[in-house]
Design a protein around this ligand. Structure first.
Ligand SMILES: Nc1ncnc2c1ncn2[C@@H]1O[C@H](COP(=O)(O)OP(=O)(O)OP(=O)(O)O)[C@@H](O)[C@H]1O
Length: 709
């Protein structure tokens, strides 16, 4: 199977983002009126003093190497195209210099926005009380009219063309000029995109195979995993996945932007908080993918501020911080340690975070470079400059309510970009280095928690388990209300990364397929759950297909595997409210492939079910099948619970051991674990009751069946 690239599409897209400069080049550190309120409530009044502006130091070229395109790829079974391959190491060596502290310190003023009459103070990002106080929806003045529209069309015209060429629907910025409701509803609440990077120099030198084939037109990809039978003959197992978009190694960063963030930009002005994050193993291209996005988004946001919404009081604010080892550091203020505080009403604020008011792209570029240069990086086997932290860059659109600047502007919407630490670090807890193990445990915890938050978000669950990690706590306000999430899963193409790649794809699949909003999209779930299929390496042998055949899924499209999963979850939700409500961590640690297995089991069962139309006539087999199904659901749910518990215990224990926490924290952990165990015991006893019930019904069924006609 050959990958189908997005050939000939890059030029259009890449021309779409003309950089516009704005003359009013200024930058300002904000302080909102809520600062004082928050500082007081947090007992940190003393922090309300000086702040700094950015230095104008030139940090060199920004952009992470531009497009990922232009590289020939060696696809599985497609021969090698080494000649057209170029080095892929260009993007990461841009920010070798350590951060130079801001060259100028301002004690006062400089604020043109009048955000704080008292002058600068350390910015205080109140994520919940202040920031989430969204102003009323923005009236669309002059929509489609005059210069604004012309500008927009000129600006986005190329993208539109590129979209058409690629068969991508016009869902992006132009579409955003449609009426408001349409605008927000057209953008999926969760979008999962996969990006495959090209083989790098090292992999090419080692003659590694490219084991990923991409079919962008069907948004699918296949991982070809080589396995060994017991008799040591090789065979190929194929794992197929479908996502919202699948981008191969030839897709440029412009196209990635077009596919992911661009459609979200306009709805930021419509009281939306959006999050875009990259997930994947170390060296898979997360930073390469994420780095250019904020700048591109900023350009588009500023264009809307300065043109479409000209003179309507909108302002753009910028902040950049990282979460490392469960702690927060300001990347634009000498890695100053930040505190996250929660007030009595459980609202979160980041004390000391500097927020910069920005009005031109150059300044944003400089800030991004500064922040990136300050990030915690290290060397891993797969990446010489590996991100060891989660970096969070936030673009916040605010608006002066009265236009006079006398009142602090209020938040309209927010776009957060998260460059997550490499995902396999989470599994790397056997590493000898204590620091690495600490990182691993923390990363593991936050990735699990993030997934659960997204899932809860898309299911419109009242309860979002944001307390599962620092990352999700910080992003809490992005998970509530009118929110959008884009996940970009980055994968490495080489055979040596197969296991990590499969883990990434399963994580992505889980994020996507667990959502209730996707029930219509069941093809994706069921298709994904078809994996793996095994094919003998021998060309003469017939492919060995797994026991559940493709057409069994097609026969029952309305009965997605996911429905089963959700049902079992609801069952537990109903029977164990305390599990769901009182112990959010319990929700956060579903990090296993159990669901994949479960789905397959369920699928096999479903394939035995008769079509619904035939089931009107009573048939003892129907009842037996239903009972068996119920039994399987229970077992699956039980298995999931066990896996969850094991994950929690493992992660908590890792943290406990590594953190060497003082006794009170230890007690906390033990209490939590005891709670989990108690809930587990309750779950088991409920399960036993259900099983007893099942056995009774089975006996009744036997009696009925044996006495039947
Ligand atoms: N699509 C791509 N096209 C070209 N080069 C790429 C692509 N993706 C990644 N690379 C290159 O691969 C290397 C590793 O990428 P990157 O640093 O983005 O990985 P990462 O996933 O962020 O790793 P870590 O988690 O360790 O930080 C870099 O040299 C980068 O330039």
């Amino acid at each position: 199977m050959n990958a189908v690239g997005r050939h000939g599409q890059r030029s259009g897209a890449s021309g779409a983002h003309h950089q516009r400069q704005y003359s009013d080049n200024f930058l300002e550190v904000t302080s909102s009126s809520s600062n004082g309120r928050w500082l007081q409530s947090a007992g940190l009044q003393h922090l309300q003093h000086s702040s700094s502006t950015t230095s104008s130091q030139d940090f060199g070229y920004y952009g992470g190497g531009g497009g990922g395109g232009g590289q020939g790829s060696r696809m599985y079974n497609s021969g090698r195209n080494v000649g057209s391959q170029r080095s892929v190491s260009g993007a990461n060596d841009l920010f070798a210099e350590p951060l130079t502290p801001p060259s100028r310190q301002k004690k006062n003023g400089g604020s043109s926005g009048g955000d704080d009459p008292n002058g600068f103070s350390p910015g205080l990002l109140d994520l919940h009380s202040f920031d989430t106080e969204l102003i009323s929806e923005v009236p669309m003045t002059g929509t489609y009219g005059g210069r604004s529209l012309d500008d927009a069309e000129t600006y986005f015209g190329n993208n539109k063309q590129a979209s058409k060429a690629r068969g991508v629907p016009d869902s992006s910025v132009l579409k955003s000029f449609a009426p408001e409701k349409e605008k927000t509803s057209n953008v999926a609440k969760i979008k999962v995109v996969v990006r495959k990077r090209p083989l790098n120099k090292k992999e090419l030198t080692k003659n590694e195979e490219d084991i990923i084939t991409v079919e962008p037109h069907s948004n699918s990809l296949t991982v070809h995993e080589t396995k060994l039978k017991v008799d040591l003959t090789e065979y190929m197992e194929k794992h197929e996945f479908v996502f919202d978009a699948v981008l191969n190694e030839e897709v440029s960063n412009d196209e990635v932007y077009h596919e992911t963030v661009e459609p979200i930009v306009p709805i930021i002005f419509q009281r939306t908080k959006a999050t875009c994050f990259a997930y994947g193993q170390t060296g898979s291209g997360k930073t390469f993918t994420m780095k250019p996005l904020p700048l591109k988004a900023s350009r588009d946001i500023l264009r809307l501020v300065n043109h479409t919404y000209r003179s309507q009081g909108f302002q753009l604010y910028f902040s950049f911080f990282e979460i490392y080892g469960g702690k927060l550091f300001d990347l634009l203020n000498d890695r100053k340690k930040l505190c996250m505080r929660e007030d009595g009403s459980k609202q979160v604020c980041i004390v000391g975070l500097q927020e910069y008011k920005v009005s031109d792209v150059e300044t944003i570029k400089e800030l991004i470079e500064r922040g990136n240069a300050t990030r915690s990086t290290g060397t891993t086997g797969a990446n010489e400059e590996s991100s060891r932290s989660h970096a969070i860059l936030q673009l916040v659109v605010k608006r002066s309510v009265d236009g006079s600047g006398s009142k602090p502007p209020r938040v309209v919407g927010k776009l957060s970009f998260i460059d997550l630490a490499g995902s396999e670090r989470g599994a790397d807890t056997t590493d000898n280095d204590k620091q690495t193990r600490m990182e691993g445990a923390e990363i593991n915890k936050s990735l699990l928690a993030l997934k659960e938050c997204i899932r809860a978000l898309d299911n419109d669950q009242g309860h979002i388990p944001f307390r599962g990690s620092k990352l999700t706590e910080v992003l809490r306000d992005s998970f509530v209300g009118n929110s959008r999430t884009v996940m970009i899963s980055c994968i490495s193409p080489n055979a040596g990364s197969c296991e990590h790649t499969l883990n990434t794809l399963r994580y992505a699949d889980r994020v996507k397929s667990l959502s209730k909003g996707n029930k219509k999209d069941t093809l994706s779930s069921s298709f994904n759950s078809k994996e793996p299929t095994a094919v003998s390496m021998s060309t003469t042998a017939l492919p060995r297909v797994s026991s559940y055949e493709d057409n069994t899924f097609d026969s029952f499209p309305e009965q997605a595997d996911e429905d089963d999963y959700d049902t079992t979850e609801e069952f537990y939700e109903a029977e164990q409210p305390s599990w769901k409500n009182n112990n959010t961590k319990a929700e956060a640690y579903n990090f296993s492939n159990a669901q994949d297995k479960n789905r397959r089991i369920n699928s096999q069962t479903k394939s035995k079910e008769p079509p619904k139309s035939e089931s009107r006539n009573w048939n003892p087999d129907d009842e037996l099948n239903a009972l068996l199904q119920e039994e399987e659901d229970l077992v699956n749910a039980h298995r999931k619970q066990v896996e969850d518990t094991m994950d929690i215990v493992r992660v908590e224990m890792n943290l406990l051991v590594e953190a060497d926490e003082p006794g009170n924290q230890l007690d906390d952990y033990v209490t939590k674990l005891n709670t989990v165990l108690a809930q587990k015991a309750a779950a088991i006893s409920q399960l036993q009751n259900r099983l007893a019930n099942f056995q009774r019904r089975l006996q009744e069924h036997d009696v009925l069946f044996s006495s039947g006609p």
